[in-house]
Design a binder for this molecule. Structure first.
Ligand SMILES: Nc1nc2c(ncn2[C@@H]2O[C@H](COP(=O)(O)OP(=O)(O)OP(=O)(O)O)[C@@H](O)[C@H]2O)c(=O)[nH]1
Length: 381
């Protein structure tokens, strides 16, 4: 499992690679395919019945082509290794690597038949994979060119301008049919396995990343609780639910008292610690189904679904007293206490918009500040 995860991280890290490095991956993929074809040619050329399976002269020509393609790949790789230091984001290199990749695959497909299962697999698999990993424009160009080349070759063979599957002798008996079927599977298998595994791993990683981004976009970076957007979403959701089920709902808007002084006296890092510790105290003194969010700088919202005014007040009172009792360590190692003022409002059966409910709570909060701070004021609708 651990291996799989680190492998996945390695694969998906390729998404962040530079343009030249991505081009180099393509060459790293195509060279084993050439070698595979080369080994297959050696094998079949050494078979006693080779005359019944392949067109030997053509096969030898294609081996020469393969060797030339490997040499060209090595030249492109050398260029890539040079460019990756100088101009790592050169898209043009990806264009070259992709054109070479797709056109050499078309050539190899042609040798054993353009209308084959292998050609179809490559034509479908390679662009899908390419779009995830590589520059879109370069993939469109390479796919377009490969498609045009493949169609042109197919029609050229159909009109007898070129031989169809020049390396292949059409199977005429059981042995040759089996040989060609096995050969097709042999050519298709690595590509198929690579594409399936890479696509699966990339999608898993993608989903994980999406989930991480979703959580980050809804979390307040400092305190780790819901941020403003998330808490407002919750409030809307809970208000609709409370209205539908005819349940009570209580919210409290709270603001730390004289927080500016904390910053001024002890510094911003201590101010940040106070915010974090206050969030922790509130979190520990509400139920699991209650929601706490940071509404603004030193302003928080607590949503208590299902709680009426009396019950809500008990919970909020507990938050208030626990915060006031909490010792918070400053940067100069002394202990301080902070308090907060709360504006609370409950609904049960009435319908108001969420921003109106917040406004009502805010007025009560203002009242709490006005009446001496470190207290709760309850607003009525
Ligand atoms: N350390 C820190 N301070 C913040 C953060 N967000 C807002 N503040 C500070 O919070 C302070 C809020 O001050 P005021 O709105 O004047 O209120 P107060 O000093 O708490 O006074 P009252 O609300 O009237 O009790 C400002 O000094 C802001 O700079 C934060 O993320 N970290």
């Amino acid at each position: 499992m651990h291996h799989l995860k680190s492998w996945r991280r390695y694969v998906s890290a390729a998404l962040e690679w530079s343009s030249v490095d991505k081009g180099l991956i393509l060459l790293a993929v195509i060279i084993p395919i050439f070698i595979q074809y080369f080994l297959w040619s050696l094998y079949v050329l050494n078979r006693a019945d080779r005359e019944t399976l392949i067109n030997v002269n053509m096969a030898l020509s294609f081996v020469k082509i393969e060797v030339s393609l490997v040499i060209i790949s090595l030249v492109i790789i050398a260029t890539g290794l040079y460019l990756r230091k100088k101009i790592p984001n050169l898209i043009f290199f990806q264009h070259i690597a992709l054109q070479f990749f797709s056109l050499s695959l078309v050539l190899m497909s042609y040798s054993i038949g353009t209308a084959s299962f292998c050609a179809g697999l490559v034509l479908l698999g390679a662009p899908v994979f390419g779009f995830i990993l590589l520059d879109r424009k370069a993939v469109w160009w390479a796919t377009g060119n490969a498609l045009v080349a493949l169609i042109a070759l197919s029609y050229a063979t159909a009109y007898d301008w070129l031989p169809y599957a020049p390396v292949m002798i059409p199977p005429s008996n059981h042995t040759s049919t089996l040989f060609w079927m096995n050969s097709f599977f042999f050519f298709a298998a690595p590509f198929f396995i690579l594409i399936i595994i890479m696509a699966d791993q990339l999608l898993v990683w993608w989903r994980e990343r999406e989930e991480r981004i979703r959580v980050i976009s809804r979390t307040d970076a400092l305190t780790g609780i819901h941020n403003r957007m998330s808490i407002l979403d919750f409030l809307n959701h809970e208000m609709v639910r409370a209205a539908r089920l005819n349940e009570p709902l209580t919210i409290a808007l709270l603001d730390l008292d004289h927080f500016k002084k904390v910053n001024d006296n002890w510094g911003h890092p201590t101010g940040d610690r106070v915010l974090k510790d206050a969030a922790k105290v509130f979190r520990q003194n509400i139920r699991n189904c209650d929601v706490l969010g940071r509404y603004g700088g030193e302003e928080f919202i607590i949503i208590l679904p299902g709680a009426d005014s009396e019950e809500g007040r008990k919970v909020i009172e507990r938050c208030r007293t626990k915060l006031a009792e909490t010792d918070i360590l400053t940067d100069s190692e002394s202990l301080i206490q902070v308090t907060a003022s709360f504006g609370m409002v409950s609904i049960h059966g009435q319908w108001v918009e969420s921003h109106q409910l917040i406004q009502i709570a805010d007025r009560a909060l203002y009242q709490a500040k006005h009446n001496g701070r470190n207290r709760i004021e309850v607003a009525s609708l």
